[in-house]
Design a protein around this ligand. Sequence first.
Ligand code: UD1
Length: 456
Amino acid sequence: MHSVVNANIINSEPYLEVDGISYLSGNIKISGAKNSVLVLMAASLLTEEKLVINNVPELTDIAVMSNLLQEIGVSLYREANKLYLSSNSIKITELPYNLVHALRASFVCIGPLLARKGEVKIPMPGGCRIGARPIEEHIKGLKAMGAEVIIKDGVVCAQIISQRKRLQGAHIKLNCQSVGATETLIMAATLAEGETIIENAAQEPEIQDLANLLISMGAQIFGAGSSKIKIIGKQKLNGSIYSAIPDRIEAGTFLIAAAITRSELSLSPVIPAHLGAIIEKLEECGCSIDIKENAIKITPGKELKSVDISTSPFPGFPTDLQAPFMALMATAKGTSTIIENVFENRMQHVSELKRMGSSIHLSGNTALIEGVKELIPSCLSAGDLRSSAAIVLASISTKGRSIIKGLHHLDRGYENFEEKLNKVGCNIVRKGSKIYQSETMQKGLEDFTDLNQEVA
Ligand code: UD1
């Protein structure tokens, strides 16, 4: 065994104690896609009727979005992985700074609120740890649809100026394939007057998921999942009962967990077509992948070889799996080049992986990784959501105990992460608790008693 990390450096902040292991086995259940569900929740603002979303993971990001929607006036009730929403009475169209800042993705509320209420004020979400994350594509598209948008004192103020009080269909060409901007504009266009075309649209599976929900609410949307999407606006949308897709990033992360421990694991449910890029790279480095309907089994070779990756929009290699994949490459044979093309500051895991004895040379957004025989347990701190998963994976591959802090990042986006890993053989103990801030969601059950029986 390598040395055990000195416990004196730990303060009262929650942390994980990870005892590295050599072998995992079994099946991991994949949760609903966080990035989808956040936007599906925002889509509830488009209708006066009730919406039920199934397959909702329990995560801090979902809790923050729930709190924000409640501030806006949405009634919410959560029962296990089902979320009931009713946006019958929207109280405010001026969104509170603290909640928008706590969750950057909440900016997509701009589209539905503007389309439904004719005005919205939403604080600029600002940059975050992984990059500047501008929003000009959202704004440009809404302006093309007839909205007046000004930014005053850091707040985006948008209103519909047309006499008819509806957004107008428009032909919009995005300058970059922004997932968020595509979602904002699809939602806005569903209630606009006439036809909207979005060119150079993002093609991520979460866009298709949003379109499928909206179609089930009565919207007319064609081409979601391709780079050209057509939406024919409706006066109103209805309620719906809908299940979110499984989380492809969570699934990719667990495939990498299997690879980094050279263990055989099965995952389900997954949509294999959403995992093409990661499957291709895992096969290239020496893993064998077996797909049966909505289940995937990975059997890594004894020795994995280094491969290069370069992140890009779907169907390219997802930026959200870049950090976990780098952890894997740190233990593979040979030299790997990893280029991050989507976000300008998404290499925060490099310093932590280096602390574990990996050999990484970083130049701008290009990392050159020389695989080492094994990583060394260490005391680590997560810098962002996907980095946190990367360093947990690196830790389970070591012989010895690592300490991982910065768990608020992990809890934003991975449901029961350590519990799921422990179930297949890991030894991870959380010291301190998770906080989901979702207590207020228990309010409002009475609003949904009619739906309860329908969706039971
Ligand atoms: C979403 C995902 C995130 C993922 C990312 C890329 C959610 C909640 N988050 O983030 O996990 O990593 O897609 O797959 O779904 N850009 C502009 N101008 C804009 C908007 C974006 O230049 O107006 C740029 C960004 O700086 C970035 C790139 O476009 O370089 C992609 O960003 P975007 O697709 O918008 O990411 P998000 O929707 O924020």
